[in-house]
Ligand binder design. Structure first.
Ligand code: HAM
Length: 421
């Protein structure tokens, strides 16, 4: 137990943390381009927020939340997603009184007690955005185009954007009734989850992964045929904007997202080589969520992208960048008496903003040179007994192989000059 982390968690080790930093850098660049600002909310919230926000008939709330009672007997939940928290923060901090829409992005860990497999973890990381306060389809198109811009900037290809409309509280009850009618005599053949979904949330039957349920839902009525006028024109407006902007999409009338807050636009971006966990991005509009959380009725839309899944896709397409561990100077002390001066030089170099390291393992000269090459280091500053006595260092350029004896005090200015070249 002590040497194994909890199931579904992963350490991000030094040999891959550079990949995470790379992805995070692209996230920040793209969000900056689209004028979205970062928000960081706590990793735990009052359980009530997710019960209300995500919906108590969803798999997340029913089966997947990490919920515990704290010492003051409050029910606390590790966030399974960040939309509800962003909305809570928007209301608590009155972000609605700033310029509208409020455009936020976030990067951070989420927690779901799901069955771990490739691309699915119990602690995973999302990059997400939320645009709160704008009504028309233009903001939907912007949100989708940000997701596409991000994935394009990483160089990923073979992605598929699926869109749908899940209607609103006006038109959805009509559709719900039609679905119930459709499934009425098929009900007993559905899986036990879907049998209970029949009463509570029949739309979720449509995206059940069970083969029998999928078979029985063939020919089910489509939400798109039941949209009210407003939802219909919103969806048409979105399609027009995406088409004009050259963003290709496929309409999938069976796309039902696993969270209850969605209204109108729902979308996913899939990368099929990831198999069962092919959804890289999921999002949609949530026009009722802000009021549900106690605010004035306010529209909102956003998405979240699974960073682990993006990294898996980058790996599959050989797009992961090489991790740079290069340093400018490796200080190589030879003999114990030279260590204090070596450390002093190392400190001077680092304080001057130069990337430097030294030998801490009492290696031989040969081993130190080999070690310096591994970073790789541009220069090695050797200090042997002679150099120590003369207050000098032997500076070796590892690229050209040339070396020169220089005054100790000249080392930092010389390296700074080299770095400017
Ligand atoms: P979601 O579809 O539940 O939506 O999650 C979004 C993405 O997070 C998924 O497409 C997937 O890439 C990643 N993801 C989800 N669960 C896991 C897991 N167990 N392991 C690894 N990756 C996972 C949401 O979370 C909504 N809050 C998105 C949103 C924002 N809608 C509106 N605004």
């Amino acid at each position: 137990m002590l040497t194994t982390g909890p199931r579904g968690t992963k350490d991000i080790l030094p040999d891959s943390s550079g990949h995470w930093q790379y992805v995070e850098k692209i996230i920040r660049e793209v969000c900056n381009n689209f004028a979205y600002q970062e928000i960081r909310t706590p990793v735990f919230e009052h359980t009530e927020l997710f019960l209300r926000g995500i919906g108590d008939t969803t798999d997340i709330v029913e089966k997947e939340m990490y919920t515990f009672t704290d010492r003051a007997k409050r029910s606390i939940t590790l966030r399974p997603e960040n939309t509800a928290s962003a909305v809570r923060s928007y209301l608590e901090n009155k972000l609605y009184s700033g310029p509208q829409p409020t455009k936020l992005f976030y990067i951070g860990p989420m927690f779901r007690y799901d069955r771990p497999q490739a691309g699915r973890y119990r602690q995973f990381h999302q990059f997400g955005i939320e645009a709160i306060g704008a009504q028309g389809p233009a903001i939907d198109a912007e949100v989708i185009s940000l997701a596409v811009a991000f994935l394009n900037k990483l160089g990923l290809s073979d992605l598929k954007l699926l869109i749908n409309s899940v209607g609103c509280p006006q038109c959805r009850p009509v559709y719900r009734a039609k679905l119930q009618e459709f499934f009425q005599d098929k009900r007993s053949h559905l899986c036990s989850d879907c049998q209970s979904r029949y009463d509570r949330n029949p739309m979720r039957i449509l995206d059940c992964k069970n083969e029998t349920c999928a078979e029985y839902s063939q020919g089910a009525p489509h939400m798109l045929d039941c949209l009210c006028e407003e939802c219909d024109s919103h969806f048409a407006g979105l399609q027009e904007l995406l088409t004009t902007a050259g963003i290709s999409f496929v309409i999938n009338p069976r796309l039902v997202r696993g969270l209850d807050y969605y209204t109108k636009t729902a979308f996913e971006i899939q990368y099929s080589p990831l198999g069962a966990q092919s959804a890289v991005c999921g999002g949609g509009r949530y026009d009722g969520l802000i009021a549900e959380c106690g605010g004035q009725p306010t529209p909102g839309i956003g998405f979240a992208i699974g960073i682990e899944r993006v990294l898996l896709a980058l790996e599959k397409q050989a797009l992961l960048p090489l991790i740079n561990t290069a340093i400018d100077v490796f200080v190589a002390p030879l003999g114990t008496e030279t260590r204090a001066v070596a450390f002093q030089l190392l400190t001077e170099l680092r304080y001057a903003g130069i990337a430097a390291d030294m030998d801490f393992m009492n290696r031989s000269l040969k081993a130190q040179m080999k070690y310096a090459n591994k970073y790789p280091a541009k220069f090695v500053a050797l200090i042997g007994e002679n150099e120590l006595a003369e207050q000098k260092v032997m500076l070796k350029n590892m690229e050209t192989g040339s070396q020169e004896l220089i005054a100790r005090t000249a080392l930092v200015p010389m390296i700074l000059e080299e770095m400017e070249k």
